[in-house]
Write a protein that binds this ligand. Structure first.
Ligand SMILES: Nc1ncnc2c1ncn2[C@@H]1O[C@H](COP(=O)(O)OP(=O)(O)OP(=O)(O)O)[C@@H](O)[C@H]1O
Length: 578
């Protein structure tokens, strides 16, 4: 934990002036808070000497209160301002890191993990940075200064005032035993609770349609319950140490009272000094209690920080800097193998070439690895062995930006951003004019949609909703506008009805003209004219060739095609019956 504290203090270096100001003002504010006690002591001393001219002390006491308020406000404002800037930058660092990690690493964690990391974990640092740093440093400084003053005045009463402090802190430190495991449980349960809530909201349609609301609510309920359990578990393990600490830290009066009384009775100390020590014993305990509160929350903050640190220290995507010259726009897989996890190899020693300007189709049973091949080609993951070349260059040696400039990926799940129709299409080329947008919209069969809604209409989120087919056509318009020489289509026609399919097919033909196309297809009818069909099974290439060549081979493709034809005629017969 000490290391985490040091590292957390280190991250403040960017805003150190503000933190110094905050600590100095925090320290002054606690010093000013002692002034009224001192004035009270002086007033009592004057009264005991039958001198009632105490106006100056009253004035100083009031001034002390005002100054304390002013210093505290400055300390609090500067530490909060510095913290807001630091947390903002830390969030940007996390988002920047997300960009620099390979998709494979990013996808290893669920949305609950990222929400916790970016929202809760970073926010929890606020307590340390904005409160603990100024308050704890002043809380530490003031008792030391006051203790020195007390020891100068009378070492016996000073010793009686401070003697319980080390015992109180020894008790408090017991709280740290087993704290790491508890904090890990707390952190995991918070992540699970976030994830189950996000999953419930995202999957609400499916949950309702399968009448599984009770089961989904029960799942959330148990994750909330588990979170509650781990929070309480931590506080349950803390309370005895916290109570022991709170009792001892304020119990100094119990020792000071007899010591001060005896010293007064034996004439070793005058009454005003004894009263001053009594008063100081109250003010002494306030900053020390603050230090105790710090100890209680620090394990949570330390755990959150170690999660952020772990995320930020992950190995970044190895990217080349200088653009390279590509001989052509072909894609070549050479003995490529890949596995997402240690348990299962998904792609097994695959070699094929998708030639420039030609259409290459990937077909095979569900789960045979088609989408994985498409994602490997765009370097969303790095291969375990073998190599992938574009234009004769290993894609690991092509800067990622250059690679992305050369590839348009039409994803299986089309993502529409909460923005205008115009900006959603312009993602393909940010400097495109409205005229160009309308041209690609026509090629992607989106003209009607745009004429009906207007380019300025906000789509996505809670605003205008689009159908699955409309979303896909917008994604294709984006890709046409980008005009990359290589197109990777991942099941772009999977979720549409017959009319939409025709529109989408037309849009794809426009997109694919004169490009190198790697397409994942389920409807074998759409790839009959492909220049090459790669037939996959269980991560292996079983056959490759043109449609007519593969049919003649009477192998896996012929079998798939026959079944596909049968399924079509079955559909037609079903329609005739109905
Ligand atoms: N992110 C992932 N982590 C772990 N395993 C994965 C991941 N994505 C896919 N897989 C596994 O890899 C295998 C190949 O998946 P892939 O999506 O490439 O198949 P596919 O042929 O495209 O399937 P489909 O036609 O059903 O979309 C499957 O067993 C799948 O469960």
């Amino acid at each position: 934990m000490i290391n985490s504290i040091k590292e957390l203090i280190n991250i403040c270096s960017g805003e150190k002036r503000k933190y110094y100001l905050s600590v100095i003002c925090g320290f002054l504010s606690v010093i000013f808070s002692i002034v009224p006690y001192y004035c009270t002591y002086k007033i009592i001393t004057e009264f005991l000497a039958s001198n009632y001219q105490v106006g100056t002390y009253i004035f100083i006491a009031v001034l002390g209160i005002i100054m304390r308020f002013v210093c505290f406000s400055i300390s609090s404002y500067t530490s909060h301002k510095a913290t807001a800037d630091l947390l903002y930058n830390l969030r940007l660092d996390v988002l920047g890191k997300l960009e620099k990690l390979s998709l494979g690493v990013v996808m290893q964690n669920n949305s609950g993990y990222y929400k916790k990391l970016i929202v809760e974990d970073i926010e929890s640092l606020e307590k340390f940075l904005a409160h603990h740093i100024p308050e704890v440093s002043s809380s530490l400084g003031v008792p030391i200064v006051v203790a020195i003053l007390l020891f100068i005045l009378d070492w016996r009463m000073a010793l009686a005032t401070v003697i319980l402090i080390p015992i109180a802190y020894k008790i408090l430190s017991g709280m740290m035993q087993g704290s790491e495991e508890k904090m890990e449980n707390y952190s995991t349960s918070l992540m699970n609770m976030n994830f189950s809530l996000i999953e419930y909201i995202q999957g609400m349609m499916v949950i309702k349609s399968f009448n599984k609301t009770d089961a989904a609510i029960n799942k959330i309920d148990s994750s909330v319950d588990s979170f509650k359990f781990h929070v309480l578990d931590w506080y349950r393990s803390c309370w005895k140490y916290m109570s022991g600490f709170a009792i001892l830290i304020k119990a100094n009066l119990l020792i000071l009272l007899p010591v001060g009384g005896l010293l007064y009775l034996y004439g070793e100390a005058d009454l005003s000094k004894v009263i001053f020590f009594f008063l100081m014993s109250f003010s002494f305990s306030v900053p020390l209690v603050k230090l105790g509160e710090f100890t209680d929350t620090m394990p949570m903050i330390s755990q959150a920080y170690s999660q952020i640190k772990e995320f930020l220290s992950q190995e970044e995507f190895n990217d080349s800097k200088a653009n390279v010259k590509l001989k052509n726009k072909s894609i070549e897989f050479r003995n490529v193998s890949y596995s997402y996890t240690d348990e299962k190899q998904v792609i097994k020693d695959i070699s094929f070439v998708a030639n420039e300007g030609k259409l290459t189709a990937l077909v095979g049973e569900s789960g045979c690895g088609k989408s994985t091949i498409a994602k490997l080609a765009a370097r969303f993951f790095d291969v375990n062995s073998g190599e992938i070349l574009i234009g004769g260059i290993n894609i690991k040696n092509i800067p990622f930006q250059q690679l992305m400039d050369n590839i348009s990926f039409v994803f299986q799940d089309t993502i529409i951003f909460h923005d205008t129709l115009r900006n959603n299409i312009k993602m393909g080329r940010p400097d495109a004019s409205d005229k160009e947008i309308m041209r690609v919209a026509k090629l992607a069969s989106c003209t009607e949609l745009i004429e009906e809604k207007g380019l300025d209409t906000i789509i996505g989120g809670t605003d205008v909703k689009l159908s699955g087919g409309e979303k896909q056509r917008i994604a294709i318009a984006r890709a046409i506008l980008k005009d990359a020489p290589i197109i990777i289509l991942d099941e772009a026609t999977a979720s549409s009805d017959a009319e939409n399919q025709m529109e989408i097919q037309k849009a794809i033909s426009n997109l694919a003209k004169n490009k190198t196309v790697l397409v994942i297809a389920h409807r074998l009818s759409t790839i009959e004219n492909a220049d090459k069909i790669i037939v996959l099974s269980n991560g292996h290439i079983k056959e490759q060739g043109t449609h007519s060549k593969l049919l003649l081979e009477n192998g896996l493709y012929e079998n798939m095609y026959t079944k596909y034809q049968e399924s079509l005629s079955f559909k037609i017969r079903s329609k005739e019956v109905s």
